[in-house]
Design a protein around this ligand. Sequence first.
Ligand code: E9O
Length: 599
Amino acid sequence: MLYPTITPTRNVIELSGIWNFKLDNGETDPVLSAQKKLTNSSPMAVPASYNDIGVVKEIKEHIGFVWYEKEIYVPNDLEKQRIVLRFGSATHLAKVYLNGALSIEHKGGFLPFELEVNNYIEDGKLRITIALDNTLDHSTLPVGIYEEEEYESLGKVVRNLPNFDFFNYAGLQRPIKLYTTPHQFIKDVTIVTDHDGDHGTVKYSVDTNPKEGLVRVTVIDEDGNKVAACEGANGEISISDVNLWEPLNAYLYTMKIELINENQLVDVYEESFGVRTIKVEGGQFFINHKPFYFKGFGKHEDSPIHGRGFSDAVNVMDFNLMKWMGANSFRTAHYPYSEELMRLADREGFVVIDETPAVGLHFNFHATGAIKKEDSTWERLQTFDHHRDVLEDMIARDKNHPCVVMWSVANEAATEENGAFEYFEPLVELTKGKDPQKRPVTIITYIGSSPEHDKIAELVDVLGLNRYYGWYEHGGELDVAKVKLKAELEAWQKRCPDKPIMMTEYGADTMAGFHEVAPVLFTEEYQNEYLRINHEIFDETDVFIGEHVWNFADFATSQNIRRVNGNKKGVFTRERKPKASAHMLRKRWMTIPDYGYKV
Ligand code: E9O
């Protein structure tokens, strides 16, 4: 799926700004509501989560549908082209009405979808109305628990409990765009690179609609020089003296694709790409044939005011903070992040583990929707079909990004339970089959999935462990925590010799400004000590390929007695002020090289 950009043959109109907004009270007929303009609406910023900027509890904690609306003129001269309306995401279920007609439905809150709108335009105008549902259940990703309870005095009380540890922000959280292409157009491009250090090869495949015309491909370097060219919808291009895409030292080439029909230039699209290779072998993770060490974070798309709403300013600041610390990588916990952020990671050279929204399939695999059959075996979780769709769409969106080096199929599913292997095997196969670059695949596990009980280690290329020895296990007993962590890592090495291990989460809730001489839970001193003892064990483990602290910054969660107004495991506060651990980690990471740390 191509990201919309302006080219000589294409236009993009941003629809960000103030939209009309209102909660659905459950009484309105959706079809009728969409047929006329929204009444009694209030202004709402797009992109943004509506929850925090709505201020009051009724909006912040609303469960169910909300309405968004914007009416625009479509300039006459655009109507000669295909006009496409594209949502960066809509969280979680969207019904889109155009001038009152239901035109597309989309399930899943973190990936783009689009539709051609030419036939919906009336008198040059398009009224875009969206009904958006934030309800989560056993068939959605992430997984939620929907409950209704009757009280005589209150009537029906509805709960939608997230089966995961982040606030269920919703709304039109990413950019919405109207873009144009010619009627004969470039539909997609797939790029796979290889190199031997000096000489690069770029295999490409261009999909056009309809499949006719001549495709011309030119590769342009960062100085604007043409370095190679090729003709045909599929081909292989050589680049001599190639500049590699390296962690924190990214070099991006541009592939200019031209579609020519009867000697006329019909469409132009430019895709940037990096030349790099990825391989897992002998307990190491190789980027460009060198053993890479991951230093960085599990992140969230989360910031004050915006909620999960897209903000270039937040993304640029977060990347600058990570560079300041010597971090080279992050995981898109726990859902695919915006395309804009992924493009920024390509450009800055951040190494990304790209994760699906499959979180909450945990604590009891069967309880999250699997059905027990008469013969006592279990049917797949109800999430399976959607999980498969989301994986396919995520790969279709992100396949060309040089920043993406590994796919995370799920976070903390109950991978120790019967049925886990059967659930995940086809999903791992699908991921490998769909990814043209054949990147490694991981499924990230929690402590219940120990080396003795885990069912999925043999499916993955890298063991991604979320372990909290010294926090959830042996909190306050860092000496015991150290012994336990070491024992677990040794047990993994016995079970899967030569399989790289990465700590994809480790962390301790820390209230900025809490101090004690002795390391006491929740103090900045404890977070530092906790990280330090973890690092001692990491450094003693051979096949250990990286450390991602949980979390980059404090983040919002739903209300619950384990959270003091959010998860406080951030190395930065939610406002991006450093805790003591930021300085401590900086000292460590500045001395750890990107390559060859464990060799
Ligand atoms: C997932 C992440 O979204 N991993 C969690 C993180 C956390 O801070 C959460 O924010 O809680 C850690 C999972 C730990 C599971 C331990 C279970 C033991 C309960 C006593």
